[in-house]
Design a protein around this ligand. Structure first.
Ligand SMILES: [Zn+2]
Length: 163
């Protein structure tokens, strides 16, 4: 889905592409968080019921933790949808780290999307974002794709971080 910033013809095309690609990646990651939350909570409850353990402080806290992170992810994604130019780098890093800290379900698959998007959105703020593999200069190909001028690779914005 194309979203063009209204009235911002001067906007850097690389930045716009990074914003679009990370938004798409974040959509997937947020969906993974949303799917994981109820599954993990139900699995925890089933586990507790099986061992006849009452829902005590720790599991209750764990559930609130999972729900809070998931809601924060949803709000952040929606915010970026309607405010495409905001960076929200710190918040995205945080959501990635928090997702990893849950340590289960699809949170582990969704978290790298937040971390990579945080990285790329930080790059978009720089004067000249670089290729994650060789530090080559990035250019826009055909107005829709980002490509590295050094290794001719299309960087996977929202999925990769520099090694
Ligand atoms: Zn490269």
């Amino acid at each position: 889905m194309e979203t063009r910033p209204a009235g911002e013809a001067q906007e850097d095309p690389i930045k716009t592409l990074i914003q679009r690609d990370t938004r798409n990646a974040l959509k997937g990651s947020t969906a993974l968080y949303l799917i994981s939350a109820p599954i993990l909570i139900l699995a925890t409850r089933a586990f507790l019921a099986f061992f006849h353990t009452p829902l005590t402080t720790f599991p209750a806290f764990y559930e609130i933790y999972i729900i809070s992170i998931t809601l924060l992810a949803l709000v952040t994604y929606l915010w970026l949808r309607f405010h495409p130019a905001s960076t929200m780098r710190i918040q995205l890093y945080l959501l990635g780290i928090l997702g990893l800290s849950i340590g289960g379900g699809f949170f582990l698959i969704g978290a790298p999307g937040f971390l990579s998007s945080a990285y790329w959105r930080g790059q978009a703020e720089l004067q000249d974002p670089k290729c994650t593999r060789d530090g080559g200069e990035l250019a826009v190909l055909g107005g829709r794709t980002l490509v590295c001028l050094k290794c001719s690779r299309v960087p996977r914005v929202g999925f990769e971080t520099p090694k």
